[in-house]
Structures are given as structure tokens and as C-alpha cells.
Design a protein around this ligand. Structure first.
Ligand SMILES: [Zn+2]
Length: 179
């Protein structure tokens, strides 16, 4: 398992709970954890740097999972998994209707057509089947619309994401609300 943990040093309050997990959790010894300073390495460069080499968990700077939740993602047999969280007032897991209108999924729904990439598992099998070249990602492009571009691509292939719950904390939003 390879974990890509991306961070931006300038927003310490948002990232502190995530760093607490990073520093205190005792991850399995054979997991590789990369802490990626996005001021030095663009997020999507880190995301694809070792594409195809191992199962990947992408862990963004403001998501606060438990160690058990890492292990659940790591051992789930599904090819694409996302742990659910809230942006604003809505789940980041969405399903599309026949007109490609998206809505957030209900708590009992187990699969989504689109998810946020905050805390996802992308299996090596999936990576091998759909190599980087098929994604047509623009290197160096700002990460703001990276989720959307990847979801557009997986949805076009008819692929769905397995959604894990309960919701995990998304500190960016709790910090903003407190401010
Ligand atoms: Zn899963």
C-alpha cells in the first residue's frame, strides 16, 4: 500500500488534526507513506508518480480518518473506494441520472458515479487496467478541478466508486464555520 498525503504549509489550522493522525497512527510497516508538500510538488504529479506500482490511498490534508478506516479501505476488495465526507452541506458522493444531473447519494447507497478524492483507495488492478496515458490529465494544471476531471473520466468508462461510511471529519469546513 502506498499513501499519498498532500499538504499546504500555509494552512496549519486546517491541517493540524490530519497531521495528528499522521504522527500518532502506527501504520503497517510495509506501507509507504509520502508526505507531499504541494508547494514543491503538484498534487496530481504526486498522485501519478508511482501509478501502477501498488495500491494507492490518496489522503488530502484536511480529512481526518482513523487508522482502522485506512485498514478498511486497504482490505476492501473493490477496485475503487471512497470514504464519504461533507463539503458544505452535502456528501461528496454523487450519482448521475440519465441527463447527467448529479445528486448526493442517500446513506444506504453503496456506490457512486462521482466522489471527492479526499480519502480514496485506487487499487493497483485498476491502475494497471487504466494507465495514466488514458486519463489525458494535463500535468501542472491547478488541482482545483482535478476531482472533476478524473470523475468525468471514470464515469465515461461506466465505472462506479464503492462508498464507505460513516462520514469522516473534513476540517476545512469545521474551521471555516468556527471562523
Ligand atoms: Zn470499498
Amino acid at each position: 500500500m502506498r499513501i499519498v498525503h498532500s499538504f499546504v504549509d500555509s494552512e496549519a489550522a486546517v491541517e493540524a488534526p490530519t497531521w495528528e493522525v499522521r504522527r500518532s497512527a502506527v501504520f503497517p510497516l510495509d506501507w509507504i507513506i509520502e508526505d507531499v508538500d504541494c508547494a514543491q510538488t503538484p498534487y496530481e504529479t504526486a498522485f501519478f508518480r508511482h501509478w501502477g506500482e501498488d495500491d494507492l490511498i490518496n489522503w488530502e490534508r484536511d480529512l481526518v480518518p482513523t487508522l482502522d478506516q485506512f485498514k478498511i479501505l486497504a482490505t476492501c476488495p473493490e477496485l475503487l473506494c471512497a470514504w464519504d465526507y461533507i463539503v458544505g452541506t452535502h456528501s461528496i458522493s454523487r450519482v448521475a441520472d440519465v441527463r447527467n444531473q448529479y445528486r448526493s447519494i442517500a446513506p444506504e447507497d453503496g456506490y457512486a458515479d462521482a466522489v471527492g478524492l479526499g480519502f480514496v483507495k485506487i487499487s493497483q488492478v485498476f491502475q494497471t487496467q487504466w494507465p495514466r496515458g488514458a486519463m489525458s490529465l494535463r500535468q501542472g494544471h491547478p488541482w482545483a478541478d482535478f476531482d472533476g476531471r478524473l470523475m468525468t473520466w471514470t464515469h465515461a468508462q461506466g465505472l462506479r466508486w464503492h462508498v464507505h461510511r460513516p462520514l469522516i471529519p473534513h476540517t476545512k469546513y469545521s474551521v471555516l464555520k468556527e471562523g
